[in-house]
Design a protein around this ligand. Structure first.
Ligand code: SF4
Ligand code: SF4
Length: 128
């Protein structure tokens, strides 16, 4: 990751079609671990690096606090995403041959100018 969709989400659909890598799932998608909000697949989100200057989902989102920063999808955060998956905060894809697509299997680009403090605090993406 990435960015994270919170319980502030009002299921308006505005973000889903904006994602250049189809990382956003609607609340009725069976792969979404939540049934009351949209969900960003951390193993797919590239923070729009190479596609746009800012996360396009957050630009489209009308709801303050619905899309917040999360940790980079990098091997140093393997445990963070693995335990988050165990706790149901994520539903990381399991590949037939490679197993769970954790950061050590495939990491993703991230915006390096976003501080780790802002990410840990899950600050609103729209504020950056
Ligand atoms: S930050 Fe970009 S790549 Fe990530 S979910 Fe949002 S639109 Fe998709
Ligand atoms: S644009 Fe924002 S409020 Fe609308 S579905 Fe996406 S995260 Fe939820």
């Amino acid at each position: 990751m990435s960015v994270l969709i919170t319980e502030e989400c009002i299921n308006c659909e505005a973000c889903e079609s904006e994602c250049p890598v189809a990382a956003i799932l609607g609340e009725d998608n069976p792969k979404n671990p939540f049934d009351d909000r949209y969900y960003v697949k951390p193993e797919s989100c590239v923070e729009c690096v190479g596609h746009a200057d800012e996360p396009r989902c957050a630009e489209a989102c009308p709801t303050e606090g619905a899309i917040v920063w999360d940790m980079p999808y990098q091997p140093e955060y393997e445990e963070y995403f693995s335990s988050g998956n165990d706790e149901g905060r994520y539903a990381i894809r399991v590949h037939k041959k490679k197993g769970m697509m954790l950061p050590s299997v495939k990491s993703q680009p991230f915006l390096e100018d976003i501080s780790m403090e802002a990410r840990e605090a899950h600050e609103n993406v729209g504020d950056f």
